[in-house]
Design a protein around this ligand. Sequence first.
Ligand code: GUN
Length: 286
Amino acid sequence: MTAKILDGKAAAERLHARVEEQVQQRLKRGLRQPGLAVILVGNDPASSVYVGKKRKLCEQVGFISRGYDLPTNTSQSALLALVDELNADPAIDGILVQLPLPDHMDANAVIERIDPTKDVDGFHPVNMGRLALRLPGLHPCTPHGVMTLLRDAGVPLEGKDAIVLGQSNIVGRPMALELLNARCTPTICHSRTADLAAKVARADVVVAAVGKPHFVQGDWIKPGAVVVDVGIHRTDSGKLTGDVEYASAAERAGWITPVPGGVGPMTVATLLENTLQAAEERDAAN
Ligand code: GUN
């Protein structure tokens, strides 16, 4: 078997077009442009690249994009004061604080300071709680983007056994909740999980978010399984690669996401979708 490709770049472009169209509709109805504030603390090179993409796409779909680049030695209280200011700003619908933050900062305290209605990352306990309770809300971008990609491709999920590799707050935990809400039977695996390869071999859906290049070996994959690779790493030769051994996994899988061009573009497209949703909900509430 050779897997079908889950083309995240193409699906993300369709989502950008839908968001752009809805922004145009808002403007015709006399409503504001949605506004997103993206805060970057320090100069982590990967974070700078991601933030640059987010800001560029915001402008492309017709949002107001506000960038805040703060030095590494910014105090926690100065960052919290900026969050307070943006919470109160009527032109801003979404606030994103790029993670990781420098070591002297408490990321949980910063996330909890964001108004949950402006938490377009979906990381606030209120939004994570709403996802767990199957209530509408702002859902974390990467897992929600994966679900959009799978739905867009018509991949059947109901009743499937799913394995999520990685238990992070940003990906693993909300991913398992999304899969549960889609009526899969999810299992979260992590660094203490026993018999990992055997568990992966039984899974109909595998989502890899371990942060280690080529961690998931192709011969672990059940023939016909859906393989979603959230990892992105630069090899010594400068190429981008994921958490999965792509070539050997693609020989066995039924569906697979490439790296790059799979999950990454869906994360950013979902951020746009969440910001539009936050703007629409703010207007409906006022
Ligand atoms: N760092 C890695 N992924 C993300 C994300 O989706 N949002 C934020 N804010 N930071 C990240």
